[in-house]
Design a binder for this molecule. Structure first.
Ligand code: SF4
Ligand code: MG
Length: 327
């Protein structure tokens, strides 16, 4: 049994202008100790899927319109909010992009890390503080003992992200979801934070879902990749197979995108045009208006996830041609 199995998940948002279909039948699994990278531009549904797993979708207007989220075999979507909250605290945790707005500016970092131990484990303030120092050491914040009483603004962006990782790890969850955890950081700091996260994940044998728009950060840490477009998975494969030769033109475009060193979190996307409006997803293959390989059939027939190899699927009618073109 996988640690997490998302089955045919559908999420909609009701807006004044109609229903936006943010997630349209997503399936994926994550095992203990495994890293799944979920890739796509903003609006592809990668974060919304994660929020549905965590149970933190803003409802309304977000609504889970179908599917299952099986975590250690139980469907989280059927749990009461109170049970959900327990799972969220102790069994799965999330790391967000923006540590500064996720941390409380008027509480010391030690108090914020320690709070989890006093709330969930009933620890005394003194014990919780000792635990906080231990965790700050673990995420390699220098001079943890001296800095435990300092406030978030007294730390650099990279150190703040380490504090977020420490908080996420504190209760030793089985699953971590990291949503663009390094996007706001400088490139060299990005690599250090990513390496740390990957190392701790291996040590603690946690499942990790790494959400990113940047293929560059996943190469060394992910086991497999799910590429999302317009609320669907368009390619799903072991990481080395994707790098060898993408089987979907959208993945190929992501691979060919050039990271911009001068603008944090920005990149030059190799494929022209914008992702579709989720209230008006194009018929056939949703990617066809932007696809350099599109044929007539692409405008009418939705491509299923074709099996490419044992562990690989591509939602492109022309996946063979795409692989051949990359060789
Ligand atoms: Fe491009 Fe057609 Fe493949 Fe869609 S199905 S990615 S439009 S070639
Ligand atoms: Mg996002």
């Amino acid at each position: 049994m996988p640690l997490l199995e998302v089955r045919d998940l559908h999420v909609e948002f009701r807006t004044r202008d109609g229903v936006a279909k943010a997630v349209n039948g997503v399936n994926y699994t994550v095992d203990a100790g495994e890293t799944l990278a979920v890739l796509g531009e903003s609006g592809s549904g990668k974060s919304v899927t994660a929020q549905a797993i965590m149970g933190i979708l803003d409802i309304p207007p977000g609504r889970i319109a179908g599917g299952e989220v099986l975590f250690k075999g139980r469907d989280l979507l059927k749990l009461k909010e109170e049970e959900r909250r327990k799972v969220r605290g102790a069994e799965m945790a999330m790391i967000f992009q923006d540590a500064l707005s996720s941390l409380n500016p008027v509480l010391s970092v030690g108090d914020q890390i320690g709070e989890l131990f006093s709330v969930h484990r009933g620890m005394s303030r003194k014990d919780a503080k000792a635990k906080a120092v231990e965790l700050m050491d673990r995420v390699r914040i220098p001079a943890a003992k001296e800095r435990v009483g300092q406030y978030p603004h007294q730390f650099s962006g990279g150190m703040r992200q380490r504090i977020m990782i420490a908080m996420a790890l504190s209760l030793e969850p089985d699953l971590i979801i990291a949503d663009e955890p390094t996007t706001a950081l400088d490139v060299t700091v990005q690599a250090q934070v990513m390496d740390l996260l990957a190392e701790l994940q291996r040590e603690l044998n946690m499942g990790l879902i790494l959400i990113t728009h940047d293929l560059g950060v996943v190469a060394d840490v992910a086991d497999k990749i799910a590429v999302m477009y317009a609320g669907r998975i368009v390619e799903h494969a072991p990481v080395h197979e994707i790098y060898k030769a993408p089987a979907h033109p959208y993945t190929k475009g992501l691979l060919e995108s050039i990271p911009r060193l001068d603008q944090k979190g920005q990149e030059l996307f190799a494929i022209k045009g914008l992702p579709p409006n989720l209230m008006h997803i194009p018929p056939g293959c949703a990617f066809h208006p932007r696809c350099p390989m599109a044929q007539d059939v692409c405008r009418t027939d939705v491509p299923p996830l074709y099996p490419v190899s044992e562990n690989r699927r591509s939602a492109c009618h022309f996946w063979k041609e795409t692989i051949d073109a990359s060789r």
